[in-house]
Ligand binder design. Structure first.
Ligand SMILES: [Mn+2]
Length: 308
């Protein structure tokens, strides 16, 4: 059995690519099982419901020496807890490389907008049939990660592959489908504030300066703005607990392509204002056109701390 898994705090790209790659491997005659490392978000739930695909099983550990493939991540701390006890055989990803292995493995990392684009390429290269369900799932992953081509992470390849996939999936109105996805993602009800922060949260080491960065992509920014105070309190706690130098939470308005960042404390504010020329709006730092942690927030902070 080969276990296919995406990152912690799973998003639609990681869950969709995991399910699609398991399907690919099965069609190649292999025994593959998709798993997730935690509860899926409302956007992913909407997508799986839409295409009638069952939610992969949640696992936080796997049996010793089990064969695993990592999708949509390549960092140990974003992966399954007992990764060191497992037999890692392959990595497919579109994030920066932070990987060390004990033996040679298959690695496919490309600067594309989504891991689903990479998986679709694999089907197309090998001429393996894509079912309409899987095509739809791959489309959803691309739409989610690229904010339907609004994010600067988008490439021509993502657009081209999505077009090809929709010849199979035949989603009539992609604009409407994407809006329904984003609205599902934005519908958070009365989620606990700690879960809200963890929805899409990652920690980074910038030249010895450790920062935690949560993002919330939404079509309903008011929801998060109204909870600004409790979010800030939790960021402070998280900063202390995880012994971090900075913690921020960026609310990204997907449709307007603008962002508002909540900071744990004052030192983050100085850095964030310097690096992003952010405008202070009653304690929230506003930046126009800042929509991507991967392509904008992380590289700019990395650059800033390189000489610090
Ligand atoms: Mn991704």
């Amino acid at each position: 059995m080969i276990y296919i898994l995406g990152h912690k705090n799973p998003d639609t790209d990681s869950v969709s690519s995991v399910i699609a790659y398991s399907d690919f491997l099965k069609k190649e005659g292999k025994n593959a099982e998709p798993i997730t490392l935690g509860k899926i978000n409302n956007e992913t739930k909407f997508v799986l419901d839409y295409f009638g695909i069952k939610i992969p099983e949640i696992k936080t550990e796997l049996p010793q020496n089990a064969e695993v493939i990592l999708l949509d991540h390549n960092e140990k701390k974003q992966s399954i807890d007992n990764l060191d006890d497992l037999n890692l055989i392959e990595v497919i990803d579109h994030h920066k490389i932070n990987l060390k292995t004990e033996k040679p493995i298959n690695v496919c990392i490309k600067p594309l907008g989504s891991s689903c684009t990479l998986i679709a390429e694999k089907f197309l290269e090998k001429n393996i049939d894509i079912s309409s369900q899987i095509a739809g799932l791959l489309i959803a992953g691309i739409i989610s990660d690229t904010l339907f081509f609004r994010s600067p992470t988008t490439t021509e390849k993502d657009k081209d592959i999505l077009k090809k996939l929709n010849k199979i999936a035949k989603i009539e109105n992609l604009e409407e489908f994407s809006l329904n996805m984003f609205q599902a993602k934005s519908d958070l009800g009365n989620i606990k504030v700690e879960d809200l922060i963890q929805l899409d949260y990652k920690e980074f080491d910038f030249n010895g300066h450790r920062w935690g960065i949560g993002v919330m992509e939404t079509t309903n920014k008011q929801y998060a703005l109204e909870r600004k105070k409790e979010i800030k309190e939790k960021l402070k706690l998280l900063k202390k607990r995880n012994n971090l130098e900075g913690v921020i939470f960026t609310i990204i308005d997907i449709l307007e392509e603008k962002s508002w960042t909540i900071l744990a404390e004052e030192n983050e504010k100085n850095v964030f204002q310097k690096v992003f020329s952010a405008v202070d709006e009653e304690g929230l730092l506003f930046v126009d056109k800042l929509v991507s942690r991967k392509k904008q927030i992380v590289p700019k902070l990395e650059d800033y701390f390189r000489s610090k």
